[in-house]
Design a protein. Structure first.
Length: 143
């Protein structure tokens, strides 16, 4: 006895097409999920970099304004904060250390000035042209 609902030559074409469509939809949904997951975890890093850049800009402007009013110690604090905050950009770190070194020099504190000038030179050896004269000034004063 043969049952009328069972096909003789395998699975029906309609069923195959349905399975293929559902498989494709599942793979597509999985790809979208993975893409969204990657975006989610990479976005905070980009936002964090933008926040750090904005913070560095703010600290730098504050340091410049404090210098204009003669508040050198407070300006140094701003440049030290830039040095500590910015770990990825050597030229920005060098500029912050250079500014701190110059301010210590204005305060006649050659010991701290040399520390920051040496840091500036180490962070960006290409800028040693403008750093060397200040180092030499301090070295002469210390002798």
């Amino acid at each position: 006895m043969e049952e009328p609902n069972i096909p003789d030559a395998g699975v029906s074409r309609k069923l195959k097409v349905t399975v293929y469509i559902l498989t494709f939809a599942t793979l597509l949904a999985f790809a979208v999920f993975i893409t969204q997951l990657i975006k989610k975890y990479s976005a905070p890093k980009n936002q964090e970099i933008n926040l750090i850049d904005a913070r560095i800009f703010e600290l730098n402007k504050t340091g410049e304004r404090l210098q204009q009013f003669g508040y050198y110690e407070q300006a140094i604090d701003q440049y030290v904060a830039i040095w500590e905050l910015n770990t990825t950009n050597p030229s920005s770190r060098s500029e912050a250390a250079f500014n701190a070194g110059k301010l210590y020099l204005k305060l006649d504190d050659c010991k701290n000035s040399l520390i920051w000038l040496f840091r500036a030179e180490a962070a960006n050896p290409d800028a040693s042209n403008k750093i060397k004269p200040l180092i030499n000034n301090c070295a002469k004063k210390e002798q």
